[in-house]
Design a protein around this ligand. Structure first.
Ligand SMILES: Cc1ncc(COP(=O)(O)O)c(C=O)c1O
Length: 392
């Protein structure tokens, strides 16, 4: 239950799509007023609706007006990189495919690159690198960098040391925000230090951004790291997903962005991206790109959208605090890692045998102890706490 329902009660945009319109509604305003955990059914019906008349055709690299809007929320509306036409962006089938597309383009670009992923991470990072390495005739040497220890303490010194010893042109996959597994992110000061190492060592920062807005309630805050890297001399790519941040989980909407200083080689990059999408039968669809384009380009809808993200974030933080308080009231276990963490996930470093015992009580954690916090609610949190504290 806890590991699978990760989209529970995040925003509801996708649930309001009908054949020709989308209605926006907000999560229960009672939640904000009374600080109560809302049920998804409690949503108020307010907001705008958009008519989708005919679907536009898409270019080989995707829905161009949508891609332009996507650049703005990723790099910032005032971004000089956008003004100077220095970003190449291609639509992908969700964040997973954006990572796949981006790494396959970089694999061609660098020839036998070293790729670093976080020692604790979302399982697909490793699988995508291994797949591309085995199936595309260009070896990618997979490495890991340290992230957190068993007490959920960030190992930034060890991580930074590893980066300072990495070969130039190594590709480093970073979680832009809401680290998927631990929920523990670097603070802005540390991101800046890391950017300096990347610039000096000529490392390639590959940001995976699947949860923009859900880490702080603010789209701009959560994109801080990638913007800082891109604007401060680091070769930067971003794979972003609309699955969580727009509630479009089944729609497979994602974007791969790559920054090209001076915009040099943009056409060739677009051509290679279009070829990759075509050969692997991954051509993006128009429908959800058109919906997202309408949301991002309409002031009223964009405001509603940002408010929904803020509310979804508030709910996640509320659950983080509630869970932490409840566990700390009953045990000596320090829950600060959960309270101060960001995003949908947190990790309990539990022995495998305890995770199996919990399963027998119908409490499902991933084998690595990760739980998805939005799955907790008023009705199930006490039972979860009673079960897990036996093993903390
Ligand atoms: C860290 C991370 N990156 C990428 C993705 C992929 O997103 P999508 O579902 O859009 O393929 C996920 C989804 O769970 C994720 O957690």
């Amino acid at each position: 239950m806890l590991s699978t329902l990760q989209n529970y009660s995040i925003n509801n945009i996708s649930s309001r799509i009908t054949s020709n319109s989308i209605n926006f509604s907000t999560l229960s305003s009672n939640f904000l007023k009374n600080n109560k955990v809302p049920n998804p059914e409690d949503r108020d019906q307010v907001g705008e609706s958009v008519k989708l008349s005919t679907l536009p055709s898409v270019d080989p690299i995707g829905h161009i007006p949508f891609l332009k809007e996507a650049q703005k929320i990723t790099f910032g509306r005032e971004s000089k990189l956008i003004k100077n036409n220095e970003i190449v962006s291609c639509q992908a089938n969700g964040g997973t495919n954006a990572i796949w597309l981006g790494l396959s383009l970089l694999q061609e670009q660098y020839k036998n690159p070293k790729v670093y992923i976080s020692a604790k991470t979302w399982g697909n990072h490793k699988k995508i690198v291994q797949y591309l390495s085995e199936h595309r005739g260009i070896q990618m040497d997979l490495n890991v960098y340290p992230w957190t220890d068993e007490n959920n303490t960030l190992l930034s010194d060890q991580f930074f040391k590893k980066m300072s010893l990495a070969e130039p042109n190594s590709i480093v996959v970073l979680h832009a925000c809401c680290h998927n597994l631990t929920g523990i992110d670097l603070k802005p000061k540390k991101w800046k230090e890391l950017a300096q190492i990347f610039a000096e060592k000529k490392l390639h920062a590959f940001f995976d951004m699947a949860y923009q807005g859900l880490g702080s309630g603010d789209l701009d805050n959560d994109a801080f790291a990638l913007r800082y890297f891109a604007e401060n001399g680091v070769t930067t790519s971003v794979a972003e997903s609309y699955s969580k941040k727009a509630g479009l989980y089944g729609a497979r909407l994602g974007v791969f962005h790559h920054v090209l200083p001076g915009g040099l080689g943009k056409e060739q990059w677009e051509q290679r991206a279009a070829d990759n999408l075509q050969y692997f039968s991954l051509k993006p669809s128009a429908l959800h790109a058109e919906i997202m384009y309408k949301v991002l380009s309409n002031n009223v809808l964009f405001k509603d959208y940002k408010e929904e993200i803020r509310q979804a974030y508030s709910r996640i933080q509320y659950i983080r605090n509630l869970l932490s308080d409840k566990i700390e009231q009953l045990t000596d276990y320090d829950m600060d890692f959960c309270r101060t963490g960001r995003g949908l996930f947190t990790q309990f470093n539990l022995d495998k045998k305890y995770i199996e015992s919990l399963q027998k009580e119908a409490i499902f954690l991933l084998p690595n102890g990760r739980i998805s916090l939005p799955c907790l609610n008023r009705s199930n949190i006490d039972r979860f706490v009673q079960c897990i504290i036996k093993y903390l």
